[in-house]
Design a protein around this ligand. Structure first.
Ligand SMILES: Cc1cc2nc3c(=O)[nH]c(=O)nc-3n(C[C@H](O)[C@H](O)[C@H](O)COP(=O)(O)OP(=O)(O)OC[C@H]3O[C@@H](n4cnc5c(N)ncnc54)[C@H](O)[C@@H]3O)c2cc1C
Length: 506
């Protein structure tokens, strides 16, 4: 595994150690893919060595190697898609929720158990609530010092194997709570709690040696001490874990891409067709080059995001971007690798078909590509607002055409309808197809929102301005044809390039 220059010596040593561990554990993983058994022995060993606690602070029994350490482990486990998914999704993916929202007592109770390898499950999805996770229907009704849970959860990795379940349930149907995302609550439900049962085990593509299933909660009594965060905090608890989990998934997936490379190159060096190894065929070389390029980018995305997390930076955009890029790349690259290798790649005797399958699954599990893109879109519009500001444009006095300018404008203290209309008309000259936003207008005047609204509505009533209103109120404004004519004579708006024949300017 290639180190990054910002890794600590401890993280580099851990990388060496975990890669040796995975190399040795790999055989058990392959055998259990055939027997469809969960590789308990390997997980036990990983727990004994504290690997499952790589991201847990040392005071709670972990190795304290941060998100970077957790990604190193995730990438190494990428050679083994099933255990890797459990490692990332269930062990590390459930951590942040407890670290950020758990009480001191809960951290002391649960984190050392995760560090020692106790298997957990993340329990969000339901038959009627997938991407729309806020729509979950499982109910938790408070009764004195306990909550009583009823409902069904599906697609749960480690169903039937997990000892600890991080479950999200609805504690309010009040429309106000729902609007404010205060209607859900998170609980830890332990295996063996009466009423918690596995309804069925699913058959899903890929991930041959782990279990995925449907859980049923029939009057499951959960003590209040197992509630993570306050009642109504469930949505915040759930989302706290997602950016961290998506970073880990992106590291896991770069491990899959590495595994494609590790198999494609030696295979094609040994496969001879038309008297030469297939690696000498130029089209195969181009596909292998793409594998290398995207392997490098995928790792960078995962580890740079982890580094930012360890520095305490908000990684909402980076973690979701890494998940989208790495998971989509893994899907495309597995298909390319299969093409380069040929028939052997679609047998289960090589890892290609399993990686193709799990890559497709990972375009859905842990947040679909669309859900991640929507998170990126919303976060970026907020966080990058400064970069998305429209640069002011003016008509250049010499050229007579609109050009962007960076000089600061003197704002006017006074505003009236006439001046406001003149600004909107001027904007027509520089951005003829665009409305002006409120903040664009406020670059010209010191004006409060109420006064601006009054002036705009008055101009609208006179037919001189057209407004765009959203739920928040008036957002955009432009001068109408009548407004433009009122502000200036046609001559003011006219412009012709120098090469236009005089006789054509009718
Ligand atoms: C193998 C596997 C393991 C999983 N493990 C777990 C687990 O351990 N715990 C757990 O709780 N869940 C788990 N899941 C569930 C997973 O998180 C959901 O499958 C996922 O969130 C998508 O939900 P859905 O499958 O119901 O698809 P739907 O929500 O029905 O979506 C179908 C399609 O519509 C798109 N879509 C939906 N809404 C929008 C929108 N607003 N805008 C744009 N596109 C949209 C989706 O992106 C998707 O492409 C797992 C799923 C799989 C397949």
């Amino acid at each position: 595994m290639e180190y990054y220059p910002w890794w600590t010596e401890e993280q580099k040593k851990f990388a060496d150690e975990i890669n040796i561990f995975v190399k040795e554990a790999f055989t058990e993983d392959i055998k259990t893919r055939w027997t469809r058994q969960f590789p308990w022995e390997m997980f036990k060993k990983a727990g004994e060595r504290g690997y499952t606690g790589v991201g847990i602070p040392k005071e709670y029994g972990g190795l304290g190697l941060g998100a970077t350490g957790a990604c190193i482990a995730a990438e190494a486990f990428g050679r083994m898609p099933g255990p890797g998914r459990v490692f990332v999704g269930n062990m590390l993916g459930g951590l942040r929720q407890i670290i950020e929202f758990g009480t001191e007592e809960q951290k002391k109770r649960f984190l050392p158990r995760i560090a020692k390898g106790e298997l957990g499950a993340i329990v969000i999805t339901e038959p009627f609530a997938g991407t729309d996770a806020a729509g979950i229907e499982t109910k938790a009704k408070k009764d004195g010092d306990v909550y009583i849970l009823n409902g069904k959860k599906r697609y749960i990795v480690s169903a039937g194997l997990a000892v600890r379940h991080m479950v999200y349930a609805r504690t309010s149907n009040d429309p106000e709570d729902i609007r404010n995302y205060r209607h859900l609550t998170a609980f830890i439900v332990e295996k063996g709690t009466p009423g918690l049962s596995v309804e069925k085990i699913n058959e899903v593509i890929g991930f041959k040696n782990i279990q995925n299933g449907v859980l049923n909660f029939d009057n499951v009594v959960v003590p209040i001490e197992n509630r993570i965060g306050q009642e109504g905090d469930g949505w915040r608890v759930m989302t706290a874990g997602l950016n961290f989990e998506r970073t880990l998934i992106s590291a896991l997936v770069s491990g899959w891409i590495g595994e494609l490379l590790r198999n494609t190159v030696p295979y094609t060096q040994r496969r001879v067709q038309f008297g030469r190894p297939t690696i000498d065929i130029p089209t195969n070389q181009l596909k292998i080059a793409d594998l290398i390029i995207k392997f490098k980018i995928a790792r960078l995305m995962a580890y740079y995001t982890a580094y930012l997390w360890d520095l305490g930076v908000d990684i909402t955009i980076e973690s979701n971007a890494a998940k989208v890029f790495n998971c989509e790349s893994a899907m495309e690259l597995s298909i390319d690798a299969i093409q380069v290798v040929g028939g052997d790649a679609v047998t289960p005797f090589y890892p290609f078909e399993e990686i193709m399958n799990v890559a497709k699954v990972e375009n859905i599990a842990g947040g679909t590509m669309e859900a991640c893109r929507l998170v990126i879109f919303r976060a970026a519009l907020r966080q990058m607002a400064e970069e998305f500001k429209m640069q002011r444009r003016v008509i250049d006095p010499v050229l007579g055409v609109p050009i962007p300018v960076s000089d600061k404008m003197e704002k006017k203290d006074e505003i009236n309808e006439e001046e406001l209309l003149a600004v909107l008309a001027e904007d027509y000259r520089v951005n003829p197809g665009l409305f002006m936003s409120r903040s664009d207008i406020k670059e010209f005047f010191h004006v409060d929102d109420v006064t601006l609204d009054e002036l705009l509505i008055s101009l609208e009533n006179k037919g001189l301005v057209k407004l765009y209103r959203s739920k928040k109120g008036i957002e955009l404004a432009k001068a109408t044809y009548e407004g433009l004519n009122k502000a200036h004579p046609l001559e003011y708006y006219r412009w012709f390039p120098s090469w236009v024949d005089e006789s054509r300017k009718f």
